[in-house]
Design a protein around this ligand. Structure first.
Ligand code: PMP
Length: 402
């Protein structure tokens, strides 16, 4: 027992379920179990060589000191160019914050704007961290259930109904973790019309999976569809997923200069700046050759198609094909209430996930962790061989239910 009690703020939140699941898999592997791990939230590709080289060269040039709080000018320039291409909007250096991963930028944005009891609208299924980040900043998550019939997306009437005078933010993550859903231009237009009528609400568009996209052309963005919302939108993104750089910890946010200044003020007291070496690597990532992304996406697409095909053949499981990202959110409501060969009833998605882990050594994350019971998430950022074997084992485990 420590001398000082742990704060209520920390007591209110839980550790990230994906980090916890990854830790459990590591422990089981260390005990000698052969786990087929479908929980991973990061690319199984290696960081490209030219990016690694840029980091090594930066070290040799002596770029091993603090940088400006909001990132090096070179990196902000590279981010600005990427944003111009993606959103058709120019962001100045004062409108861009760089942090230790998009996760840190999102947390700081909430810390900069949310006071006790302020509300943040979070469509479910959601990335596991949003509600806890809101709670950690004394805010109130307002979770809106977005059903599979609506493609797991927030509709304009749902948004309208959820907004109150206390609403500070609505979070839109597309392509989504965990569903891979993305909004089309008409859907964004309808959401934008609601937002234009409520000028006190900001929008966080988490675009971390934007390049991992299976559609033709590019997915539309809220700022692209309604430039009039630009000052109320915080775009967040990073190099983790697109460039297989999760461990380098570089993410960014772009939005109104006063919000960015507030984020930078907090960062100046929290971390001083992101890693100098990682920033040099991120410049190389954003400005270097981009061709390998298409190859990576083609690989993910092949895995996605195989996985959907394999799981669609399993009675009790159905899937909506993800449009982007590297996750599949499988519907398992058809399996709930059935019994294992040992006689235990599988009442929840969590029990199903445990059954798959214990009897088949297949690790998935249960849907309730994302605010949507009755589903489980599979990451296909893993080899075709692992996915094929895992799908076969899931089919076997389901066939044994009565
Ligand atoms: N948003 C979403 C939806 C994510 O899935 C992740 C990574 N799991 C992040 C943000 C954070 O990415 P990073 O901090 O590595 O930039």
């Amino acid at each position: 027992m420590s001398a000082t009690p742990i704060s209520r703020r920390v007591d209110r939140i839980k550790p990230s379920p994906s980090t916890t699941a990854a830790q459990r898999v590591r422990e089981l592997k260390a005990e000698g179990h052969q786990i087929l791990d479908l929980t991973v939230g990061e690319p199984d590709f290696d960081t490209p060589e030219h990016i690694k080289r840029a980091a090594i060269e930066a070290i040799h040039r002596g770029e091993t000191k603090y940088t400006p709080v909001n990132g090096t000018p070179e990196l902000r320039e590279a981010i600005s160019a990427k944003l111009a291409q993606r959103h058709g909007a120019h962001y100045s250096h004062a409108q861009i914050a760089v942090g230790g991963g998009a996760k840190q930028v999102i947390f700081l944005a909430l810390m900069a704007t949310v006071d006790t009891g302020d509300e943040v609208i979070i469509p479910a299924p959601y990335w596991v961290s949003y509600p806890d980040m809101v709670l950690a900043n004394d805010g109130t998550p307002v979770v809106v259930d977005c059903g599979e019939d609506d493609g797991f997306k927030l509709t304009a009437p749902q948004l309208e109904a959820a907004i109150t005078p206390r609403t500070r933010w609505v979070v839109l993550n597309a392509p989504s973790n965990p569903t891979g859903a993305a909004y089309n231009a008409a859907e964004l237009r309808a959401l934008a019309d609601v937002l234009l009528a409520h000028p006190h609400v900001r929008v966080l568009t988490d675009e971390i999976y934007d390049e991992i996209w299976y559609g033709t052309g590019r997915a539309p963005t809220l700022v692209g569809v309604e430039p009039g919302l630009r000052d109320r939108v915080l775009v967040t993104n990073g190099v983790s997923k697109t460039y297989a750089m999760t461990g380098w910890r570089i993410g960014y946010g772009a939005g109104a200069a006063d919000l960015i200044a507030a984020i930078n003020k907090l960062q100046s007291q929290i971390s001083s700046c992101p890693s100098s070496v990682s920033q040099a690597a991120a410049v190389a990532a954003l400005t270097g050759e981009q061709d390998f992304i298409a190859g990576m996406v083609a690989t993910y697409r092949g895995r996605r198609d195989e996985l959907v095909r394999a799981l669609e053949g399993v009675p009790g499981i159905s899937c909506t094909t993800p449009q982007g990202g590297f996750y599949l959110f499988a519907n398992c409501t058809g399996l709930l209430g059935r019994r294992t060969p040992q006689g235990a009833e599988l009442g929840t998605d969590e029990e199903l996930a445990r059954y798959l882990l214990e009897t088949q050594q297949v690790a998935v994350i249960h849907g309730a962790a994302y605010g949507s019971p009755g589903y489980f998430r599979i990451s296909f950022a893993t080899s075709n061989a692992v996915l094929a074997e895992a799908a076969a084992r899931i089919a076997r485990a389901c066939a044994e239910l009565s």
